[in-house]
Every structure is written in C-alpha cells, then in structure tokens.
Ligand binder design. Structure first.
Ligand SMILES: NC(=O)c1ccc[n+]([C@@H]2O[C@H](COP(=O)([O-])OP(=O)(O)OC[C@H]3O[C@@H](n4cnc5c(N)ncnc54)[C@H](O)[C@@H]3O)[C@@H](O)[C@H]2O)c1
Ligand SMILES: [Zn+2]
Ligand SMILES: [Zn+2]
Length: 364
C-alpha cells in the first residue's frame, strides 16, 4: 500500500510502498478514508522527539473497519471509526478514574515484539514504526481498538477525521481542562486547526468574550466564524496590551496553541489573578523559557500542560459527532481542502504560510 514515510527529521515525507500485517489480538485493520494534517506531525518531521525512524505518522484519521483481530470486542467490519493518538490500557488507576489521557501503560496498545511488525518497507522488509499507534498517512492502518471510536455514518470522513485530534484537543481544553463556565473570558493565541476548536469549545461553554490572536490577519474571518468576539493581529501589536485594553483585569483563561516560548510567556501576562494558562502548542524537546516565579505565585496563576484536551475519546468523540449532526458544532469550516497523499509536503508548506484551518488527505 501507499504510505507517507518519515525517514529523517528533515521536515518532509517520502511516498513509499509499505506492507501491512493482518490484525492480531485487539488490533483493528482500518481502510483510511481521511487523515488531517495536524501541526504535531510536522513538529515530529522537523525535530527528533524520540520517534523511531523510519515511521509512518498521521493521527487524525477516519475510516472503515476492514478486519478485526481475534480479541476485538467493540468494533466490527464495516463500522465507521475515528482514531486518536490517546493510548490507554483501560486498567491502570488513571484509566479507572476516568482519566484515560493520563494512562500509565500507553505502550500496551502497541504490538508486543514477539508478534512481529505491523508495518514493513515493501522493497527490503525493513521495520517501519507505527507513529502515535495510528500511522494513518497510509491507505490502511492497524490500530488498537482502544484508540478507535465508532461514529455515525452520516458524518463525512474529512469532517470526522478532525474529531480525532483538533476537535478533542481544542474544545476539550476549554470544556474539560479549563472547565470554562458561562460568562467567563478566554484568550486563544494561535487560531489554526486546534485553536479554532478552543474558540468553539469556549463558545459552547458559554464564554462571554473570546479573544483570538494570530500573526496571520486572514485568520480573523475564520476565528469569528467559530465564535471569537475579538481579533488581535499579533504581527503589529503588543498582544498583552491589546488584551488588557479589552479586559482590564485580564482574562479568566489563556490558551497557547502555537508552541512558542514568547507566546507562552505572553499568555501568563494576559490572565487575571487566579486565572488559568494552558500550554497546548508543542514545544521543541529540551526547550525552556524563564518563568517569573514571584509573579506567578503572587497572581496565583494556574499553569497547566494540556494533553489532548483532557479528553476521554470514547465519551467525547461521539458527543462532538452528535453535536455536529444537530448543527451545533462546526466541522465543515475546519476542512479547508482535500489533498492526495502525494501532495503531503506541499500541504504542510501551506500550513506554515497559508490561511487554512486544516488540509485533509482523502485520496491515495
Ligand atoms: N497538547 C496537545 O495535546 C496537542 C494536540 C494537538 C496539537 N498540538 C499542538 O498545537 C499546536 C497547534 O496545532 P495546529 O494544528 O492548530 O497548528 P496550525 O499551524 O494550524 O496553527 C498555528 C497557528 O498559529 C499561528 N501563529 C504561528 N506563529 C505565530 C505567532 N508568532 N504569533 C501568533 N500566531 C502565530 C499560525 O498563523 C496558525 O494560525 C501545534 O504546536 C501542535 O503540535 C498539541
Ligand atoms: Zn494532532
Ligand atoms: Zn491506563
């Protein structure tokens, strides 16, 4: 089958033939119908985050179950599914407490070495790593059933795919991690595929004011469509002062959705005493930034790292799918364009510079 393989941390993928095994244990074979191009895959392509190479990445997927392993209980052939990189065992204390996103044994969803390779390079049989446990930049993928969620067939595949990361991370950060309440205020720094969903989640939670900040002025229209009440162009403005001009006390919540130290520091300055700061954008491995400890203590800033919007995927993905079908959650405007897998490198160039929400691979 055709797959986009990451062979080196040079920021680009190679289209190659890769062979895929039959499902074992609780693995599910999925025909990939759509896979969103999340910025996290680009981060892993550009820098060494510890992922073994060569690897197939891609974690924002929707598809159809084409075969199941002998111990699969929840899914059957023909089911429409969304996949997620949240890997959980289901039996550790965190999982049993409902915090599957803090699972202590995520590796249990990967194949044991004695079971052989899920993926191999067709030309020489070399092992190819299943990135994120999902490896969806490919025509088919083998995924543990815990990482897959059945969704209604009425949700189109491109829209469904974004439920797997952008939606649960962004909306989940506002609804689950920040536990936003009606009447609260939020600042969202970086309004790409994930940031737009923070806006959507804040709106769903009843936010009174949602300030979107981005360096691309073209993002204003999209941000307002998802519920932003204000837009600040970060390019030619002091963003902290601009937020304080709108909210003199500071915001109740500030979400950093880019992964930069400069905007992470800004987020801390944008909140009121006791406000919440949520770091969502991935920082580079080893990257640090100075923290004005006294200021954080005196203003009692609640600083949190966010993993996948603190989402329980089996509960939350069907919820957002249902809200979409009721016309209460916007997935359609998240799909900016559909591309062939051979266009993956160009589509990622567009992500860096263009005014898109998400490009989605829908053909191979
Ligand atoms: N923590 C998690 O669980 C999690 C999950 C998914 C994605 N992420 C991360 O979230 C981040 C966003 O992902 P995405 O797919 O939405 O990316 P994206 O590229 O679609 O969005 C980033 C946005 O930031 C804007 N931007 C870039 N530099 C800026 C600057 N200096 N000032 C203001 N705006 C700036 C861009 O114009 C763009 O709109 C990435 O770092 C990604 O890896 C984290
Ligand atoms: Zn992602
Ligand atoms: Zn667990």
């Amino acid at each position: 089958m055709k797959a986009a393989v990451l062979n080196a941390n040079e920021g680009r993928f190679d289209i190659e033939e890769v062979s895929i095994d039959a499902p074992k244990g609780r693995e599910v074979l999925v025909d990939v119908k759509a896979c969103g191009l999340c910025h996290s895959d680009l981060h892993l392509a550009e820098a060494n985050y510890g992922t073994p190479l060569p690897a197939v990445l891609g974690h924002e997927l929707a598809g159809i179950v084409s075969a199941v392993g002998p111990h699969v209980r929840e899914l059957k052939v023909g089911d429409h599914v969304v996949g997620s990189l949240v890997q959980f065992c289901g039996h550790c204390i965190s999982c049993l407490s409902g915090r599957t996103y803090q699972c202590e044994n995520p590796q249990e969803t990967m194949r044991a070495s004695e079971d052989g390779q899920r993926l191999t390079r067709t030309s020489d049989g070399a092992p190819v790593y299943t990135g994120w446990g999902t490896a969806a930049f490919a025509e088919q993928t083998l995924v543990h059933e815990n990482q897959l969620v059945k969704v209604p067939e009425e949700v189109p595949f491109p829209q469904a795919s974004i439920l797997g990361c952008g939606v649960i991370t962004g909306a989940g950060a506002a609804i689950n991690t920040a536990d936003m309440r009606p009447g609260e205020t939020a600042v969202v720094i970086g309004v790409g595929g994930v940031g737009l969903n923070v806006i959507a989640g804040a709106k769903l939670a009843g936010a009174e004011r949602i300030i979107a900040i981005d360096a691309q002025p073209q993002k204003e229209e999209l941000a307002r469509k998802f519920g932003a009440t204000d837009f600040i162009n970060a390019k030619d403005t002091d963003a902290v002062a601009a937020v304080k001009a709108i909210l003199p006390r500071g915001a109740d919540h500030a979400f950093e959705v880019i992964g930069l130290t400069s905007t992470s520091e800004q987020a801390i300055q944008m909140v009121r005493p006791g406000g919440g700061v949520y770091l969502i954008g991935l920082h580079r491995p080893g990257q640090t930034f100075p923290l004005a400890g006294l200021d954080v203590i005196v203003r009692q800033v609640d600083l949190r790292g966010v993993f996948m919007g603190s989402s329980n995927i089996k509960r939350d993905i069907p919820m957002y799918a249902d809200l979409y079908l009721q016309g209460r959650f916007n997935l359609d405007d998240l799909v900016s364009r559909e591309v062939n897998i051979s266009e993956i490198n160009e589509a990622y160039e567009d992500l860096k510079h263009g005014a898109i929400a998400r490009s989605v691979i829908t053909s191979f």
